[in-house]
Write a protein of this length. Sequence first.
Length: 424
Amino acid sequence: MRVVRVLAVGAALAATVSLATPAQGAVSTVTAEATGSTAQQTAKRLKNPIVAHRGSPRVAPEETLAAYRAAIAEGAAVLEGDVQLTREGELVLVHDDTLDTTTDAEQIFPDRGPWRVGDFTLAEIKQLDAGSWVHEKFAAERVPTLEEVLVLARGKTGFNLEMKSPQSSPGVATKLAALLAECGYTDDRVNPRTGMLEIAVHSRDEAVLREFAALLPHVRISWLSGGPMLDDSRLAELATWTDAVYATPTATTAADIDRAHEVGLKVYSDPVDSPKSIAMARNQRYDYLVTNVPAVAKRVVAGKDPRLGLDGVEIEHVMANPSGEDNQPENGEYVALRNTTDQPIDISSHTLTDHAANIWLSTGDKAVIQPGGLFLVYVNTGTNRADAYYNGYSVGMFNNTGGDTVYLMDENMNLEDVYSYVLP
């Protein structure tokens, strides 16, 4: 665990901290120090280690209030989100540096490209539709402010916030520290029901993490590393000023997680979504399970059948790297869906996406899988058949250099199945 040194803070923030009232529900929380050291806590398996990555973004648009409400309903212990500043310095939750990926900014403000978050006022951002890109039923969703999300989930979950793109959001550490202090999130309280922190902050930027730590030195911070576990010297150095790191379960072993624990660091998983990858992280002794599908993770942690779908359709396999070009007509990338029952199943208007969620596939409006049969959902162009639908994209979709995760949703955006694959 890092050694906390209280550094001087600005007068305004210091006053805010001293006057802050505890967050709602704080009476039922205790500090991490009161429950033992980080190394001691590592040995204890948390009842609910689930961190909802951008909310529940496979059943609602990422980082919207709908996604966070869904994550709370699915039993997540912590909500994760990406903090950026608007032009006038308001804190909003958006993952990308620009607004065009997850909103209709390009249509509403056609002359404002490349639509960087920091180039728009909060009032302008609130005009944007942040939901229809996923499903028309989410057309009313807007980009939320951080304060709106804190109010939504206060007393229900903790929060794990990334200071995103600090170069594009100068001053984000100061603004974030001030708002958290105003809301009473100034220390390392944990929820006794879950053992999870009420507030934690992370970033890939060392300077902005150190700036934040100087302002709120008792809030836990983590280095957003990801991928394989860092080497011993880097872990030892990070342990002097941070509290946790991130890694990918498919690139680590339990021994790697132990190396981080030995120097007092906790370990967050990179997003794990399929039952197999969630179990892999759990078995490697990751402290926290970051996931896009809290409902699936909750069932795996509880030892229950992780399957969510009730209609008997499963993702059987993914053709991520076909012979020839990925986007070739007729024989490009596809997802194979299997009917596991003895009755025909209508899967019309079901949708699929991958981990990046930049492309969404449809099964078409006349999709029926015969008993025990397969239905192939192609990314690219081709001739539709009774057992195949082509989506007509001109580009490839799936990651064929390491692996990917694929999600199947029904016509109402209810999650039906999750499938992960790893390529050598």
